[in-house]
Design a protein around this ligand. Structure first.
Ligand code: NI
Length: 165
């Protein structure tokens, strides 16, 4: 079971909990702003998936939870996302808060040495996007290899279950 609980700080510096989003679908992705390949590719794909959805995307809150809270302060996340992936809101927190959020989504991420990074480390991480329902429960997950069309049609399926036309 993906529990989906978290108590974090959003990129506007406001404390947020998963239950604050009740009534909205959540599209949740974990990563870190120094990620060179995996995050930019996934955030770009998920952003264009939301574009493709059109109006139903208004029911979805897209969240990017850092696995690198030491560097990803609210300010850093806001600057990164506003510039490149404005559909996403960044969430960060203390090491303990981030570890708890990772456990709740069963995300794996661990710091390792990386010569190409300016600070000498990167944080390889699970590359799965999670869809949580308006009641906060797990609905679906999307592996990194899925394309926009496939993700969009699965999201639409879940949204239509909620509010039949
Ligand atoms: Ni990444």
């Amino acid at each position: 079971m993906i529990g989906g609980q978290f108590e974090l700080t959003n990129h506007h510096g406001k404390p947020v909990r998963n239950c604050d989003y009740r009534g909205r679908f959540l599209l949740v992705y974990f990563g870190f702003t120094h990620c060179r390949v995996v995050c930019p590719r996934a955030l770009a794909k998920l952003s264009s998936t939301l574009d493709r959805l059109g109006r139903p995307a208004n029911q979805i809150e897209a969240l990017y939870i850092t696995v690198d809270p030491a560097r990803d302060t609210p300010e850093v996340m806001k600057a990164y996302l506003d510039a490149q992936f404005p559909r996403f809101t960044g969430l960060t927190g203390s090491t303990e808060q981030i570890e708890a959020a990772k456990r709740a989504f069963r995300v794996f991420a661990e710091r390792k040495a990386d010569d190409e990074d300016p600070d000498g480390y990167s944080v390889p991480h699970t590359a799965i996007a999670y869809l949580m329902g308006p009641d906060g429960s797990y609905r679906d997950h999307f592996l990194d290899g899925l394309n926009e069309e496939a993700i969009a049609s699965r999201i639409v399926g879940h949204i239509c279950e909620k509010s039949p036309a």
